[in-house]
Each structure stands twice: as structure tokens, then as C-alpha cells.
Design a protein around this ligand. Structure first.
Ligand SMILES: [Zn+2]
Length: 83
């Protein structure tokens, strides 16, 4: 009975870790064409104003909000302007 419980716990942990890894491995950046049409949405860069696919953007958590920039250069500019 204890062993069964252990197996269930291990399975739940395994599932959680696996789904967490899948989510975190989809880091935007190097533009490798993954077939993730759900992330393939055009958004506007708040610094330079151009539109780009979200999955190719650079994310930044700032003041409880998530910003996405076309490049790390724009992200750095954004941070400099906020200081
Ligand atoms: Zn930009």
C-alpha cells in the first residue's frame, strides 16, 4: 500500500516536472522554427515600435508586467530608460 502511494507521488512529480520543462524550454530567441503556431503572433516592440513574432522576441519581467522586445538591444534600452 505504501509502495503504491510512492509510485503515484513519483508519477505526479514526473508529470509536473515534464510539463514545466516543456514550457521553460520554449525560450524565445534563436528563431529556430518550432511548429508552435500559438506563439506565432505579431506584437509591437514598446521601444522601437516594430512588429515581430512573439516567439522570436526577448521577454522581460518588469514591475509585475511582461514585456516582449524584438531584440536584447531594445530590452536593454528599455531598462536604461526606466532607471
Ligand atoms: Zn525593437
Amino acid at each position: 500500500m505504501k509502495l503504491l502511494l510512492l509510485i503515484i507521488v513519483v508519477y505526479i512529480v514526473y508529470r509536473t516536472v515534464k510539463s514545466w520543462l516543456i514550457r521553460n524550454l520554449q525560450v524565445p530567441g534563436h528563431g529556430q522554427s518550432q511548429n508552435l503556431s500559438i506563439d506565432d503572433v505579431m506584437i509591437k516592440d514598446p521601444v522601437c515600435g516594430i512588429y515581430f513574432p512573439r516567439r522570436e522576441g526577448v521577454e522581460l519581467q518588469h514591475g509585475g508586467k511582461t514585456y516582449v522586445f524584438c531584440s536584447s538591444t531594445c530590452r536593454d534600452r528599455f531598462l536604461e530608460e526606466r532607471e
